[in-house]
Write a new protein. Structure first.
Length: 356
C-alpha cells in the first residue's frame, strides 16, 4: 500500500506549481499539501483559491530565503517531501535585472536545502524523505541544427542569467546528495504551455495581445526552436519521479516536439481567427511584428527523454495541436484571470522590453 506524504510545495501559486498542486491533490487527496509562496508578480493566490476549503491544504505566504520560516514549517507540519518550484523564471527579466535571480534561485534553493537537511538529520534520516528540485533544459545551453538532443549527461553550458542561476541551484542540489546523502531528485524540463501561465511567456503573451489588438513581438528571425510540453504532462512526470525514482537521480522531461517560434505564433493567430468572432485586427497574422533579438538568445533546445521513458514508461500524452487549442480556449474563457495581471508595473516592464 502507498504511504501518504506531507508535502511542502514552494512556488505553488505560479504556473507549473499551481498545475502540480491541483494534479497531486486530485491524485492523492489525503496527502497534506503546504504551499509556500512569496506571491511575486508571477504568483497568484487565485490559482489555488478553490482548494482553500480542503482540510489537507494550507497556503503560507513567505520567501524561500527565510530560513527561520522554512525550518519552522518543516517541523510543525512534519514535512517529509519538498517539491521546489519557486524561482524567478523569465529570461527577459533576468537580462533586465539579474540580481533577484541569484537571490531566489541560488540563495533561496541553498536556504531550502540546508533547512531540509537539518530537518532530515533531526529525524534520523528517514528513507522516505524526498527533495525534488524542478529545473529547466536551459542549463544545457543552445543546440546547433544537427546536434543531438540534450541528455542527462550533457555538460551544463547556461547562457542567460536565468539559466546560470538555475544551473547553480542544480549543482547545489547535486552536491547535497553527494556530500550529505540527502535524498534529492532533479528534473530538467523543456518549455511548458497550458493554463495559468503568466502573459509574459510566448504563448499566453500572443493570446492576450491578439485579443487586445496589440503587436505580436517575434524576436530576431523567429527561427529559434523550443521543445514544447503541455504542463499537465510535466506534472505527471514530476509525480512519477517523486514516487518512483531513486535518490540522487536526474531526469530530462520534454515533449519530443521541436517547433520554431514563428510557426507557433502563426498557429496561434489562425486559432484565434477561428475561435473568436470579432478580433480587433483580423487576420491576426497582421499583428506579427519582428523586433530586435533577445541578447544571447539560445537558438535551439531539444530534450532526449529516453531515460524517463525507459525507467517509468512516461511519455507525453498531449499532441501539440490539441494542447495549443485547449490552451487558447482557456485564455479566452478566463479573461478575468489575466486582465488584472496587466498592471502598470507590467506595462512598464513591457515597454522597457519591446518599446511597443
Ligand atoms: P512562475 O514564474 O510562473 O512561478 C514562480 C512562482 O514562485 C510564483 O508563484 C512566485 O510567486 C514564486 N516565487 C518566486 N520567488 C519566490 C521566493 N523567493 N520565495 C517563494 N516563492 C517565490 O514559474 P513557472 O513557469 O511555474 O516555473 C516553475 C519552476 O519550473 C521554476 O523553477 C522554473 O525554473 C521551472 N521550469 C519552468 C519551465 C517553463 O516553461 N515555465 C520549464 C522548465 C522548468
Ligand atoms: P519564452 O516563453 O520567454 O521562454 P524561454 O525563453 O524560456 O524559452 O520564449 C520562448 C521563445 O519565444 C524564445 O525563443 C523567445 C521567443 N519569444 C518571442 O519571440 N517573443 C516574445 O514576446 C517572447 C516572450 C518570447
Amino acid at each position: 500500500m502507498r504511504r501518504s506524504r506531507r508535502l511542502l510545495i514552494t512556488g505553488g501559486s505560479g504556473f507549473i506549481g499551481a498545475n502540480f498542486v491541483h494534479h497531486w491533490h486530485r491524485q492523492y487527496p489525503d496527502d497534506l499539501i503546504v504551499v509556500l509562496d512569496a506571491l511575486t508578480y508571477a504568483g497568484n493566490r487565485a490559482n489555488l483559491a478553490d482548494l482553500d476549503t480542503e482540510p489537507t491544504f494550507r497556503f503560507v505566504p513567505g520567501n524561500i530565503c527565510d530560513a527561520d520560516l522554512i525550518t519552522q514549517l518543516f517541523e510543525t507540519e512534519q514535512i517529509d517531501t519538498a517539491v521546489h518550484f519557486a524561482a524567478e523564471s523569465h529570461v527577459d527579466r533576468s537580462i533586465l535585472g539579474p540580481s533577484v535571480f541569484v537571490q531566489t534561485n541560488v540563495v533561496g534553493t541553498f536556504t531550502l536545502l540546508e533547512a531540509f537537511r537539518q530537518h532530515w538529520e533531526n529525524q534520523d534520516k528517514p528513507e522516505a524523505f524526498r527533495f525534488l528540485h524542478v529545473s529547466t533544459d536551459e542549463v544545457f545551453g543552445s543546440l546547433r541544427p544537427n546536434q543531438p538532443a540534450f541528455s542527462e549527461t550533457t555538460p551544463y553550458a547556461p547562457n542567460s542569467p536565468y539559466s546560470a542561476s538555475k544551473a547553480g541551484s542544480d549543482h547545489l542540489v547535486r552536491a547535497y546528495f553527494h556530500t550529505y546523502g540527502l535524498p534529492t531528485l532533479i528534473t530538467n524540463c523543456s518549455n511548458n504551455y497550458g493554463p495559468y501561465q503568466f502573459p509574459e511567456k510566448l504563448i499566453p503573451l500572443m493570446c492576450v495581445n491578439t485579443l487586445l489588438g496589440k503587436p505580436l513581438p517575434v524576436y530576431g528571425d523567429g527561427q529559434n526552436i523550443r521543445d514544447w510540453l503541455h504542463v499537465e504532462d510535466h506534472c505527471r512526470a514530476i509525480a512519477i519521479v517523486l514516487e518512483q525514482a531513486s535518490p540522487g537521480e536526474t531526469y530530462n522531461i520534454g515533449g519530443d516536439n521541436q517547433v520554431k517560434n514563428i510557426d507557433i505564433v502563426e498557429q496561434l493567430c489562425d486559432l484565434m481567427d477561428t475561435l473568436v468572432e470579432q478580433l480587433p485586427v483580423q487576420p491576426a497574422r497582421n499583428l506579427i511584428t519582428f523586433v530586435t533579438d533577445r541578447p544571447g538568445h539560445d537558438r535551439r533546445y531539444a530534450m532526449n527523454i529516453e531515460k524517463i521513458q525507459r525507467h517509468f514508461g512516461w511519455s507525453p500524452q498531449y499532441d501539440f495541436a490539441t494542447g495549443l487549442k485547449q490552451t487558447v480556449e482557456w485564455y479566452l474563457s478566463h479573461q478575468t484571470w489575466w486582465q488584472p495581471l496587466l498592471s502598470p508595473q507590467y506595462q512598464t516592464f513591457y515597454k522597457a522590453l519591446y518599446g511597443l
